[in-house]
Design a protein around this ligand. Structure first.
Ligand code: MG
Length: 460
């Protein structure tokens, strides 16, 4: 009996040890996803006076990607691509009438999508989210319904609350901003000046609670999306005005997370990624960001709308001070993180993301060199290698779609600002890119686009 007890005890110990070993080599992952931060808004991406010492240091300690894309030019579909590894037209996370989800939307990320945290949970990860979700705010569509163990944040954009829309003709369709804790509204009295500090504390709290096993933290600040608010520690400090204050406070937030990881000896086993959900909102004028030398911004398929700053740090794995010019996207993060965690990428559907770990670790290129630019459910442009063909375009603010019967071709390597149309001199390239676009469109099943599911009530 005594022996049995010992064996029983030993058996349990072996199991625990085996579990620990199977997870010990799996790194933690922190993805920080800013809102509407432009390609040119960080010091390490060339901004002259927004001071981002922590993000600059992150770039020095890791890799900076200069051709990194989001799969949509506005919030909701861009976030869906990160969570599913798929172009949003495949999941139906887009609309023909509405381009994002609103507080009056009735739908969210379809249940049959397999999210990144759902896969990570199957291989023993703790999963937490802090910040802006924007893939459905009603029961059944929240982060905790989509693979996250915990959630804290505003479930949609910070300009969708009554506070900012008091004079709007549809004000009744926008209740006060809800701050949610898991699936409950914790408060409807959100002080946005404290939001960055609040989110930072919650992000660190999640890491602290879960540091003994592999964790995935998805931290999606609501800033620098308008309306802009900074705490007193940052307000009025940046030469770039309130927009600069907000970005500098976000930089501080990133620094606090790194400080915590280092102090708890987690920095060598944690991959940290920083990027943005779409380009700068140029119609907001001085309160919108900058795409630097890239053309146009949020809501367009010009480079400024969809190419975003990207930095990855993983001490001891990603070499310091790398600048990688190869193309990659948020969809690739899905596949990369799942592979790294030794999870299984779904095989019963098209996953567009490719593993970019070889790229980040100097062991090779990612497979495939094509990228497709969608505006809502329409394919606007295609990139293959250095070439980009616009089949359609729109300019920020105009909302008018121009169909280019004679498409525009740009060589993004020597013309990153898309200033010189060279279609006439490159008929064969135009033909190849047209064919790539047609192939891609054929691969997408026509879906029910869920952003158009809305409940429009009394507006006054
Ligand atoms: Mg956004």
């Amino acid at each position: 009996m005594k022996m049995l007890k010992i064996l029983f005890f030993l058996g349990l110990s072996f199991t625990t040890l085996a579990q620990q070993n199977s997870t010990a080599t799996r790194p933690n992952v922190v993805v920080i996803f800013a809102d509407d931060l432009g390609y040119g808004d960080l010091g390490c991406f060339g901004h002259p006076n927004i001071l981002t010492p922590n993000l600059d240091k992150m770039a020095q300690n890791g890799a900076k990607l200069t051709s990194f894309y989001v799969a949509a030019n506005v919030c909701s579909p861009s976030r869906a691509a990160l969570m599913t590894g798929r172009y949003p037209v495949r999941s139906g996370m887009t609309g023909e009438r509405f381009r994002v989800l609103f507080p009056f939307s009735t739908n969210g990320l379809p249940k049959d999508e397999v999210t990144l945290p759902e896969v990570l949970k199957t291989v023993g990860y703790s999963t937490g989210m802090v910040g802006k979700w924007h893939m459905g705010h009603l029961p059944g569509h929240l982060p905790t319904d989509n693979g996250f163990d915990s959630y804290y944040g505003i479930p949609y954009s910070n300009d969708m609350g009554y506070e900012d829309l008091k004079s709007h003709p549809y004000k009744k369709m926008f209740p006060p901003l809800p701050m949610m804790e898991n699936d409950k509204v914790a408060s409807t009295n959100v002080d946005q000046t404290q939001m960055t500090k609040d989110y930072t504390n919650k992000a660190i709290e999640f890491i602290d609670k879960n540091k003994t096993k592999p964790f995935f933290l998805y931290y999606a600040p609501n800033f620098p999306h308008v309306p802009l608010y900074a705490s007193n520690d940052f307000k009025g400090k940046s030469k770039r005005g309130l927009y600069g204050d907000v970005v500098e406070e976000l930089d501080w937030s990133v620094g606090k997370i790194f400080d915590y990881l280092k102090a708890n000896n987690l920095d060598k086993n944690t991959l940290v990624i920083f990027t943005s959900d779409n380009g700068p909102w140029l119609t907001e004028g001085i309160e919108g960001g900058s795409a630097g030398l890239l053309r146009n911004g949020k809501g367009t398929c010009w480079e400024g709308g969809m190419r975003v700053p990207f930095i990855a740090q993983w001490n001891g794995v990603i070499k310091p001070s790398q600048v990688i010019t190869s193309m990659a996207s948020t969809m690739d993060l899905y596949t990369t993180i799942i592979n790294m965690a030794k999870g299984t990428v779904p095989t019963d559907r098209t996953v567009d993301g490719k593993d970019i770990m070889p790229l980040l670790t100097n062991k090779g290129e990612k497979t495939g060199d094509e990228f497709f630019y969608y505006d809502a459910a329409q394919l606007f442009a295609v990139r293959k290698g250095s070439w980009k063909l616009h089949l359609k375009s729109t300019d920020v603010g105009s909302g008018n779609i121009t169909v280019h019967v004679a498409p525009m071709l740009f060589n993004l390597e020597n013309d990153p600002s898309e200033a010189y149309n060279v279609a006439k001199d490159n008929a064969e390239i135009v033909k190849q890119l047209r064919e790539a676009a047609a192939r891609h469109e054929k691969s997408v099943e026509k879906k029910h686009y869920i952003f158009d599911d809305v409940k429009l009530g009394n507006n006054n």
